[in-house]
Design a protein around this ligand. Structure first.
Ligand code: NAD
Length: 483
């Protein structure tokens, strides 16, 4: 009956191509008026976001709980405070970012001066995923940003008009975003369009100046193909199988805590840079498993399936997908920890699998959930070949004390980002670009990189009338050529 209700609603108020075109037209008119270019407008909108998250924190936490049973502290720390910091950084740095950058000129154009002017692109479409509907996260209180609203922060800071299409898979958060942005932001320039495939497709038919998509690679391809029709550039924040290499001779307790908080402490593994699988040596694997079990118990107690400190699986579809990975014949005997599931409450306990075959389902797709397989190799270096034989992941992690191994890792493993001796925290360093490579995405954002991602870097040269060398003008006489 809910489906019928929904259908009725859509029929009464369809967001089709015509509606999408009307929204874009309205926003473009605001852009052309020039209001989004001013420093004052940009700051006022960024302050609007800060105000919205400060005043409506309760509602945001409730929506996240309703969509994901996200633990309150996780919401507060990883979503709300991160976004807050992202806005505050942009507010603090904006004047500097907006300033044209003077650059050297060459002797060929002497005398002249040159600068790079950052200009807004125009109309931006942000399509976001459900896992961190407000923001991204970090598994530490180091504080930094980012999902639904973070690209919006970048788009506003660079002076664009923007449409945000939140994920329909987090419906409570989606409708809260629509309500709050309408209330706190300039709705002639910033809009939320709610909906699923039909609404997103209608939006994708329009001409945009940049599309920022966060989600899986299948839809990433659809977005890029639509963008190609208008030669629109894309920023694709996709996923992948992010590996963790664990060497022996390390502080194993600290390593395990950092792996656990990056995996299960981030939305119960439903995060784009969560560790997807571990690679270690055959000899070391039993020790690693014991230590992981011990620390899991310290964090989540004995009954981990019901721990209030873990998010649930987003919906029945993803629950079925994950349990299918566990049920595969090749894999079912490999569980060394967890494995319990609760279909009614969409819960899956933190689960570790040892020595799963590489051709198993669990190793052939991004897991995006609380399952963590461990692969074993003869020697550490083999793990680099193993990673590089697959598609490029969004992140890769290495735990080791060996200098040579670190160097080898940094020089040979290709991934969106790398961390040595921790997981996921590169996201919390605003001076680093965040983005994928190859199948994990293209383009990057965060901090100044967000500003740059939604700006055009316009090359400008200034000259006077003095020093007009006749050499570049015809007729090209022999005398001129000799010079
Ligand atoms: P999702 O199902 O919420 O989809 C993302 C968006 O795509 C939604 O807004 C949805 O409406 C839209 N969409 C779905 N089907 C579409 C279609 N046919 N045409 C047009 N639009 C369509 O999210 P998801 O893909 O399940 O998210 C999980 C994936 O996202 C994982 O692969 C994860 O690694 C990746 N991810 C990446 C990042 C990052 O920052 N790189 C962050 C979060 C998630």
């Amino acid at each position: 009956s809910m489906a019928i209700e929904e259908e009725k609603q859509t029929a009464a108020n369809p967001f089709d191509e015509e509606a999408a075109s009307a929204v874009v037209k309205e926003l473009r008119a605001s852009f052309v008026s020039g209001k989004t270019r001013s420093y004052q407008w940009r700051v006022s909108q960024l302050k609007g976001i800060v105000k919205l998250i400060t005043k409506k924190e309760r509602e945001i936490v409730d929506a996240l709980r309703s969509d994901l049973s996200k633990p309150e502290l996780e919401s507060q720390v990883y979503e709300i405070s991160m976004l807050n910091n992202s806005c505050k950084l942009a507010i603090k740095e904006l004047k500097k970012w907006m300033k044209p950058e003077k650059v050297k000129t060459s002797i060929a154009v002497f005398p002249a001066s040159a600068e790079i002017v950052s200009e807004p692109l125009g109309a931006i479409l942000v399509i976001s995923a459900w896992n961190y509907p407000f923001c991204t996260f970090i598994p530490d209180i180091l504080c930094f940003p980012v999902l639904s609203l973070d690209p919006v922060v970048g788009a506003i800071a660079s002076g664009n008009v923007v449409v945000l299409k939140p994920s329909e898979l987090a419906p409570a958060t989606s409708s809260l975003l629509a309500k709050l942005l309408d209330e706190y932001m300039d709705s002639s320039c910033i809009r939320v369009v709610e909906g699923a495939v039909a609404e997103t497709s209608a939006l994708l038919e329009q001409k945009w100046d940049k599309i920022c998509y966060t989600g899986n690679g299948r839809v990433g391809r659809i977005v890029m193909a639509s963008a190609a029709k208008h030669l629109t550039p894309v920023l694709l924040e996709l996923g992948g199988k992010s590996p963790v290499i664990v060497d022996s001779g390390i502080n194993l307790q600290v390593a395990c805590r950092r792996i656990i908080v990056g995996k299960w402490g981030c939305n119960n593994g439903q995060a784009c840079i969560s560790p997807d699988y571990i690679i270690t040596t055959k000899d070391f694997a039993p020790k690693l498993v014991d230590s992981l079990k011990q620390e899991l118990e310290n964090f989540y107690g004995k009954n981990q399936l019901e721990s209030k400190d873990l998010s649930r699986i987003v919906n029945p579809h993803h629950f079925a997908r994950l349990t299918k990975l566990l049920d595969e014949d090749k894999v079912s005997g490999k569980i060394v920890h967890g494995g319990e599931t609760d279909k009614t409450n969409l819960r899956i306990a933190p689960t570790i699998l040892l020595d799963v075959p590489q051709d198993s389902l669990i190793m052939s797709e991004e897991i995006f959930g609380p399952l963590l397989p461990i692969l074993t190799v003869e020697k550490m270096e083999d793990s680099f070949d193993l990673i590089n034989s697959g598609t490029k992941p969004l992140a890769a992690y290495l735990f080791t004390n060996k200098k040579k191994l670190k160097e080898h890792f940094v020089n040979t493993v290709s991934a969106g980002g790398l961390v040595v001796n921790d997981t996921t925290i590169h996201l919390a360093v605003p001076s680093l670009p965040f983005g994928g490579v190859g199948e994990s995405g293209m383009g990057a954002y965060h901090g100044k990189f967000s500003f740059d991602a939604f700006s055009h870097k316009k090359a400008v040269v200034y000259r006077g009338f003095f020093g007009d060398a006749s050499i570049r003008y015809p007729p090209y006489t022999k005398g001129k050529l000799r010079i």
